[in-house]
Design a protein around this ligand. Sequence first.
Ligand code: GLY
Length: 350
Amino acid sequence: MYTVSVRTQAPYEVTVGRNLIDELPSLLTKYRGRALVLVSDDIVAPLHMERVKSVLEKAAFTVHTFVFQAGEDHKTIETLDALLNFLYEKEMTRADLLVSLGGGLTGDLTGLAAALYCRGTDFIQLPTSLLAMVDASVGGKTAVNLQGAKNQIGVFHQPSAVLCDTAFLDTLPQNRFAEGMAEVIKYGFIDDKTLLDRLLPITDLESVIADCVKIKARIVAEDEREYGIRKLLNFGHTFGHAVECVSNHRVSHGDAVAIGMCRAYDVARRAGICQEDFGEKLHALLDYYALPTETSLPYGELLQAMRHDKKRSRQSISLVLPTKLGECICHSLPIEELEKFFAPSEKKEN
Ligand code: GLY
């Protein structure tokens, strides 16, 4: 078992290990006697909700369950509204607790409801996907989409604790596991090239997850609100979010990040700031996990979606570009140069 401290303004711990759910009540001792709303989607709930609920009820918590329809189409203000109304109808107070049981989407939605309800209630993250364990559950980003634009409405609200029980991954489909691997691979390329050598194949998943969380915890503690270094965590995300948006979320977040990392590498290679070994390693890892490296979506629509990216300011957009294995830089690109920079390379057009 691994414990990683996240030293944000309100610090908390991330615990990584197998079969941790039985330990949940001990994490929640300070909430004893309070009510709790367990939030999950209709794919994860049938798999895990009863077990988590019964562990909590045995520890004398009053547990209400809120289940919403799975899928990015439901990461909306309407679902948020339904959850907030549910909290109100159950007479939840700001001293009570929300618990997210699910992937990144569930965590983002639950965290945003927790931030808004009674001007801020505590919440706990129980991530059930690899992607949520290594990335979405840590760092306090909460959000829903707006008109399909990814995470356009949200706030920073840190969880009170995160429990990554790797037993949840036993029910994760292979393609969803691979999606999480896109984020794992990202950490290696932005911060720790030695991590990349432990992924073909992974022999100790818990230590890999814990090391990704350590990288994220360090970066988030330094720059909780993403004014500087935290932007590095968005490697592959500017183009990736555009792919998600233009595909109407038929391309998943992890797949889109994989495509986005390749396009960012391509931009850096053509600008002469990144060596070929970066690209070779990136493609080898993405191929191994059967992750996509390109998209045939219309380039004009992708450009338009990037122009709406929330990481842009009025005149420029912040891009993360690789320089060498384990190192990326943030580059502020004038909006009018976006088209030139992201155009598919000639090699791909042939
Ligand atoms: N997923 C990137 C971040 O949390 O900053």
